[in-house]
Design a protein around this ligand. Structure first.
Ligand code: ATP
Ligand code: MG
Length: 507
């Protein structure tokens, strides 16, 4: 049964976020919903799931029209929504999570066997290699998403909506999820899919709609549009396409990692120069996140040394790292860095309050000057200091976390960012790239991971390729190229030794 949204409007405090949105998703169609951060995608979805009420307009599921859904009536109408963060109970097994709150019962007794059988059925539909009795701790992010989907399917929905399901997934996990969606498409379910990764749109979607400022600005079959046309529709202007620098710059030594050894890592040795942006590229399980967490002291180290400007770091815990001028923007911002109930100002300036105070007194005007400067640099929307962080769109929350370390007072000498543009739209990505380059130009050393080769091509001076916790190659400026990065990361090319300036490479 097809699914449609008509004339949907929603305002927050007088600001119109959805300005009469129409959208149709046909049976067996994967419909990609795109748009810049703050365009209104999640707001639209929340209206459909009954989490919030639209001001006017409604939706059509099959032949039934709805307005003012509650979470319960939305479920009954057959609308299933999967949010970016799986909301699962870690202490329960797969089956219990699938039936949580809707247990099959005979009198007071839960029919465990029947539940397990049905769980197995839905997992099989998804072609998932997960057992009904598996514990959640065994599963990675993709596994958790799969459980969410199985849970949704078991409610026999008429439409499945996914809000940035791949934002927290590695490229491999995203591929698996893509295959699952193609399976569902065969079963004629209408699927609405929000993503910022355009490659996924071309790989998976049949049709695409772009929202900008709460209005539909483009809709049609995916094949009708080029990559650049979609980018321009999302951004609203012709966006500048950055070109990588082609000359190898020279950097004074700053960060020196020697024989670092930790569970799943190493030994690895490399340097990051003062003002240099070093990229870390590798597949899932290559140890990207683990490497950064070890350098930040949030993960145990078994051996090796790390120094900045000749000063050896303790690497014992994150707070000593921060005190030494080392910062980490983790990949999982919602769980690891944003404090949703605090204001945007607090979220950005928390580590800086001491620096910004005079004789122990907070200085509001100084704080807002620093805040506004960072807001201008990163183009934060809305540019407000007092709004609770959870009221910002996903991409703007990411900007808040980045600004925490890129503002004038952060005193950060070595900044590590794990997938910094996760959930960030194409326009905002270039704001973040510019901010990272400015920070490098001011003398910070940066270590940046990404699962998208294109991203590192744009920002990195050098790229370290990690595989199974080891450095297999270090690519210099003009060697940084997608095919090379992928084949090295997949171990399709023999490990190379680095040509330049005594960076030690272990294979
Ligand atoms: N509870 C709220 N109160 C006030 N404004 C809100 C609230 N929720 C969302 N907004 C605003 O509505 C606009 C749309 O936000 P929404 O979360 O729908 O964007 P999005 O398209 O999902 O963006 P992203 O790609 O970053 O997730 C943003 O400007 C956001 O700040
Ligand atoms: Mg969103």
């Amino acid at each position: 049964m097809p699914f449609a949204v008509y004339a949907l409007r929603k305002s927050y405090a007088g600001v119109e976020v959805l300005k009469g949105v129409d959208l149709e998703v046909k049976d067996g169609e994967i419909h990609a919903l795109l748009g810049a951060n703050g365009a209104g995608k999640s707001t639209l979805i929340k209206c459909l799931s009954g989490a919030i009420q639209p001001d006017s307009g409604g939706l059509l599921v099959g032949t039934e029209k709805f307005h003012e859904l509650t979470p319960k009536s939305a479920r009954e109408a057959g609308v299933a929504v999967i949010y970016q963060d799986p909301a699962l109970a870690a202490s329960l097994d797969v089956t219990d999570n699938i039936f949580l709150g809707r247990e099959k019962r005979i009198g007071p007794f839960v029919r465990r066997k029947a539940q397990r059988e049905e769980a197995a059925f839905w997992l099989k539909q998804l072609d998932a290699d997960i057992a009904p009795t598996d514990s959640l701790s065994k599963l990675g992010n993709a596994g958790l998403q799969t459980i969410e989907i199985a849970r949704s399917l078991s409610m026999q929905p008429k439409v499945l909506i996914l809000d940035e399901p791949t934002a927290a997934l590695s490229e491999h996990e995203a591929e698996i999820l893509g295959q699952r969606l193609l399976e569902l498409k065969k079963q004629k379910l209408p699927l609405l899919y929000v993503t910022h990764r355009l490659a996924e749109v071309f790989a998976l979607a049949d049709r695409v709609t772009v929202l900008r400022g709460g209005e539909v600005v483009l809709t049609g079959p995916v094949g009708d549009f080029s990559h650049d046309e979609l980018v321009d529709a999302i951004a609203g202007t012709k966006i500048k396409r950055d070109r990588p620098a082609t000359t190898a710059a020279r950097f004074a030594p700053a960060v020196d990692v020697k024989d670092l050894l930790a569970p799943g890592i190493g030994p690895v040795s490399f340097t990051v120069g003062r003002g240099e942006i070093v990229g870390v590229f590798g597949l899932v399980g290559s140890g990207r996140t683990e490497l950064l967490e070890t350098l930040f002291g949030s993960r145990q180290r078994h051996g090796g040394n790390v120094s900045i400007g000749g000063q050896t770091l303790a690497l014992s815990n994150p707070s000593s790292a921060v005190a030494a001028g080392v910062a980490l923007v983790p990949s999982d911002r919602l769980r690891k860095s944003i404090i949703g109930t605090l204001s945007s100002g607090d979220n950005m300036l928390l580590p800086s309050y001491k620096m910004l105070s005079r004789l122990g007194m907070r200085m509001p005007s100084l704080e807002s000057t620093v805040f506004n400067k960072a807001v201008g640099r990163l183009n934060l929307r809305p540019p407000r200091m007092d709004l609770e962080a959870k009221r910002f769109s996903g991409g703007n929350q990411q900007k808040l976390v980045i600004a925490r370390w890129l503002n004038d007072t952060s005193q950060c000498r070595f900044l590590m960012l794990d997938e910094p543009t996760q959930g960030v739209d194409v326009g905002a990505r270039s704001d973040i790239y510019t901010a990272l380059r400015e920070s490098a130009a001011a003398g910070t050393s940066l270590l940046v991971t990404s699962s998208e080769p294109e991203e590192l091509i744009q920002i990195a001076d050098r790229v370290i390729i990690l595989s199974h916790g080891q450095i297999v190659a270090v690519l210099q400026s003009d060697e940084i190229e997608e095919g090379r990065m992928l084949s090295l990361a997949h171990n399709l090319e023999p490990a190379t030794t680095n040509s330049s300036k005594g960076h030690v490479v272990h294979d």
